[in-house]
Write a protein that binds this ligand. Structure first.
Ligand code: NAG
Ligand code: NAG
Length: 942
């Protein structure tokens, strides 16, 4: 027994004092301290959620962790302390896994850097479960393994978070503070709050090498960003150009094409827009007339954005449209200013749509921009960066753009030039960051020419140098790469990598010198090599670049994967990884996307530790949903989790997520299934507990195994499971792995083998032959446990470690200290798979099941000793007879029979038997008589 007094000092470090332990139990006692510390740290890290009692001190008796194994499985107990121990021992460092006698190659994978502002939901937990599972597998295969953690500075998201905080706490905007001070605020926020993601990743058991963690704004990575920009600029791949960009008035910044969500409307719809109290009307087509100069004639045009008519500089018709031939060379008059606008003939116009005449706003529409370039039209910019009208006459000057939408309509009506308004199905571009309506705005920005890079990225896949798995994503890849557009990389933000190009243009007042930063994905695009100090030489860069694999959800193929591939090829001349594995996207049990307002965004930590319904509700109050949405989300939580979420533990969560990946592109996640795997952990726990009792305190696993292969069947099944796991890992087929392991442990080891060997151990003391048999069985049993745990370890690292630590070692001096650095069971080592043995046992199990169901028919429960009768197995040939003889002990035990007597085809079956057919080779006869002539009283139903 070890007594540990822990005193937890005020606000500060945990200090174990004093620590007394009995020498042989030193490791376990140390672990107990770590367990307490880990729990305490966890408490500190989640202080926002609960009351924080401070200061306090306590002492604890930890005899329970020193004793062999607690009675029942508790994820909290099992998962409390292993992680800090693994970390401290350096098991996750590639240096540790280098095995000199046994060089097995290198596995390197970098985490697709999560946002520093983010917190993981179950979808991310899937990413993590898969990545960690693969990493642990590679590590256990003896490869030099590095899974490199890191975090993205998330330009827009982080700036928005800190701006909101600043406004809430000090009533200040970032402009009040100034750029330098604001950046300092962001760093302060990052240092205080930016580690939530890392904390979650650790709780999920992720075997990342934390000493190599990188933040995209670290000096090392920023240096790489600058170098990348300069090189690409010098090559002419990065250029500056003034063209229409996607502008978010709320963010005051350009955003890239993939940050624009396309919202489909079927007709008139009122949408909320940031900065407007009332909703704004979309999805209607307004027709109005322009008067022809010098005549009474008019041309009717239509638009879904009527306010843009203030920036019109032409009307276009199709060159072949007979309705407008007479208007060649004519002008139309703008109703609100003295602007004469040409009628241009351009075959982009669709004659059959509306009147066949189109208004042209070159500075605010992508198609019109092209028309403007072709016909040399004026480009009049009518919006400033905040979405206020400029370069327009009063009363519109200075209006907000959607106020102007109403004002222009009214003014047209007043002048009699309004024609009609009707529903118009359309797509509205919405900024995925700010939810503002995106405005095309003419701005000088920095672009990456993606023409050549995209082609190379596509070729790499076409030529098989880069593998994308599963291959149904290939089509999307080629489609995107073959039609790639140049990438706008400048953002008008303060938080991010400042573009290393500073200049002032006197002629263009819209250019603010040196303000822009780079798109966040510019730095994540070079992450696979910037983390190793590129462009400088380093050992890490030589050893770990190019990496092996990039693993991510298929929904971010273009955000990360595509850019990493393009920039890797461009800047290093090498593909950053050899394979890309894309997993499914997690949805809720009803198949809906995870969304805060549906109340189905679940924190993986809540599944791990469990949470009440009230606890889930309380989290909504911390979010920035409006009250109506909170109510809706609460209802969603109430119907999905009426009793909250039960404690499932990390192991069960990881196993469930991996098992789920069979569902194709989307996964509909049901928390009850995760709970099912907690029960599996329980089974595992009990099996090992039972087995350890059977092995006894003095059991010594033989160094060479097997001494005699007598338990052929379970070893055959174990070898089959090893083979299935090996194939599953190689094919990224996680459900194949989880199924193989689950079936082996539950159906083969627990249900059949453990049951069938009970009598062997029961009579172990009787004679030397059965002692020998029991000894062999113990070795088999030990092998099944030890190998079974190692098979499972990449998926369930915690419970397997806990149980593995309790097992004796084959080579106590040289075996690794942790299951996480043992070797993964190998098909070469475990080659006892025999189809013949499997087939025999299948036959045996059919017989057993037949006897069991026959017994059930006659209500002979297994607890009734008087019903343990003789079974006669009537066999078709001598081969079947010897098969039955060979397995008679197993059949007898598993079917709770007194004796198994095989009969040949011509031997008669004694009278008084119930009969059932087990197979075409064997008939089961169940003796219902106790003594001759006396029907068993339990056979009353005869
Ligand atoms: C790379 O080398 C340059 C020049 O010696 C140095 O200024 C820079 O700090 C180095 N970068 C890193 C990440 O070590
Ligand atoms: C982009 O690169 C391609 C191929 O090198 C070139 O043809 C094209 O003109 C470039 N585009 C721009 C805008 O510079």
């Amino acid at each position: 027994t070890a007594v540990i007094a822990l005193s937890l000092l005020e606000n500060t470090n945990v200090q174990p004092l004093p620590l007394l332990y009995s020498q042989p139990k030193k490791n376990i006692a140390n672990r107990a301290v770590e367990q307490l510390i880990a729990q305490f740290n966890f408490f500190k890290a989640t202080e926002v959620k609960g009351p924080y009692v401070n200061p306090f001190s306590f002492s604890l008796l930890v005899s329970d962790v020193v004793s062999p194994l607690p009675d029942s499985y508790s994820p909290q107990y099992v998962e409390a302390a292993w992680y800090p121990w693994w970390e401290k021992q350096g098991f996750f460092k590639p240096e540790k896994s280098v095995s000199e006698q046994n060089p097995h190659g290198i596995f390197m994978m970098c985490i697709p850097p999560p946002n520093v502002t983010g917190s993981l939901h179950l979808g991310h937990a899937l990413t993590n479960a898969i990545q960690d599972c693969l990493t642990r597998w590679h590590r256990m295969r003896g490869e030099t393994t590095l899974w490199n953690p890191g975090c993205d500075h998330a330009g827009i998201a982080t700036q928005v978070v800190v701006e909101k905080k600043l406004m809430r706490e000090r009533g200040m905007s970032r402009h009040d503070l100034g750029r330098e001070n604001f950046i300092q605020e962001v760093w302060k926020w990052k240092n205080e709050k930016g580690d939530r993601i890392y904390h979650q990743l650790k709780k999920l058991g992720s075997s990342l090498d934390w000493d190599r963690a990188c933040f995209t704004m670290d000096p090392k990575l920023s240096y790489a960003v600058q170098e990348a920009f300069i090189r690409m600029h010098e090559e002419g791949v990065i250029y500056r150009s003034k063209r229409l960009v996607n502008w978010s008035c709320t963010l005051n910044s350009a955003i890239s094409d993939i940050e624009v969500d396309k919202r489909e409307l079927t007709g008139r719809t009122l949408l909320p827009v940031p900065g407007y109290k009332e909703k704004v009307e979309f999805g209607v087509l307004v027709s109005f007339a322009y008067k022809i100069e010098g005549s009474d004639e008019e041309v009717v045009v239509a638009t879904t954005r009527i306010e843009t008519m203030l920036g019109d500089t032409a009307v276009a018709v199709h060159p072949a449209d007979s309705r407008y031939q007479h208007l060649k060379g004519k002008m139309v008059l703008h109703p609100f200013c003295d602007r004469k606008m040409p009628i241009v003939f351009d075959d982009f116009v669709d004659m059959s749509f509306g009147t066949g005449a189109v208004k042209i706003t070159p500075a605010h529409d992508h198609n019109d921009y092209e028309v403007g370039v072709r016909h040399n039209l004026a480009f009049i910019n009518i919006l400033d960066e905040n979405g206020l009208l400029i370069n327009v006459p009063p009363p519109f000057l200075g209006m907000k753009r959607f106020e102007a939408r109403k004002a222009v309509l009214q003014a047209l009506k007043d002048r009699g030039q309004f024609k009609e308004i009707k529903d118009n199905p359309m797509v509205v571009p919405v900024c995925s960051r700010s939810k503002d309506i995106v405005e095309p705005l003419l701005k000088p920005q920095w672009y990456v020419n993606c023409t050549d890079m995209g082609k190379q990225a596509a070729d790499a896949v076409r030529e098989g140098r880069l593998k994308i798995i599963p291959d149904h994503h290939l089509k999307t890849w080629f489609n995107w790469m073959d039609n790639i557009r140049d990438w706008c990389i400048s953002r008008q933000l303060w938080w991010g990598h400042r573009i290393p190009a500073y200049f002032v243009t006197v002629n263009d007042p819209s250019v603010k010198p040196g303000e822009d930063v780079l798109d966040t994905w510019f730095s994540s695009g070079i992450f696979p090599f910037s983390i190793f100090g590129w462009p400088n030489e380093s050992e890490d860069l030589n050893v770990f670049y190019p990496g092996t694999l990039l693993e991510t959800g298929h929904d971010i193929l273009f955000f990360w994967v595509a850019r990493m591939v393009m920039m890797g090829l461009k800047l290093t001349g090498k593909l950053p990884f050899k394979e890309v594995y894309l997993h499914a996207v997690v949805r809720d049990a009803h198949g809906r996307k995870m969304s805060k307002s549906l109340g189905n965004v679940i924190d993986p930590l809540d599944v791990i530790t469990g949470i009440s319904l009230e606890g889930l509700h309380a989290q909504l109050m911390d979010s920035n949903l409006d009250p109506l949405e909170v109510e809706k989300a609460k209802q969603g939580q109430k119907s999905d989790y009426p009793n909250g979420i039960p404690e499932c533990g990390t192991d069960a969560l990881r196993f469930a997520l991996c098992a789920y990946t069979s569902q194709g592109r989307d996964i509909n996640l049901d928390v009850n299934r995760i709970l099912g795997y907690r029960h599996f952990c329980n089974k595992l726990w009990n099996a090992v507990k039972f087995a350890m009792k059977t092995l006894g305190d003095n059991f010594v696993p033989s160094e060479k195994f097997p001494p005699i292969v007598s338990d052929r069947w379970i070893l055959s099944r174990l070898s089959a499971a090893v083979g299935l796991c090996d194939a599953g890992f190689k094919a990224y087929d996680f459900p194949a792995i989880t199924t193989a392991i689950y079936n082996f442990w539950l159906y083969e080891l627990c249900d059949v083998y453990l049951e069938s060997v009970k009598p062997v151990f029961g009579k172990a003391e009787e004679d030397s032959a059965s002692q020998r048999q029991a000894m062999v069985c113990r070795q088999t049993l030990y092998t099944c446990l030890e190998v079974g745990l190692r098979l499972l370890s990449p998926l369930m690292p915690f419970v397997t470690e806990e149980l593995y630590q309790r097992l004796p070692r084959r080579r106590p001096q040289s075996d690794p200290p942790s299951i996480s650095v043992t070797s993964y069971p190998d098909t070469k080592e475990f080659c006892w798979h025999s189809e013949e043995v499997d087939r025999d046992m299948e036959f045996v199990m059919t017989v057993v099941k037949t006897i069991r169901s026959l017994r059930a028919d006659y209500n002979l429960t297994k607890t009734r000793a008087d019903c343990k009768m003789t079974r006669y197995l009537h066999c078709i040939d001598s081969a079947t007879v010897s098969l039955v003889q060979k397995y008679s002990l197993q059949i007898q035990t598993l079917s709770y029979s007194q004796a198994i007597i095989p009969l040949t085809a011509n031997q008669p079956v004694p009278e008084g038997c119930a009969v059932a057919i087990a197979s075409d080779r064997c008939t089961v006869n169940l003796m219902l008589k106790v003594r001759a002539g006396n029907l068993l009283n339990c056979a009353w139903s005869l």
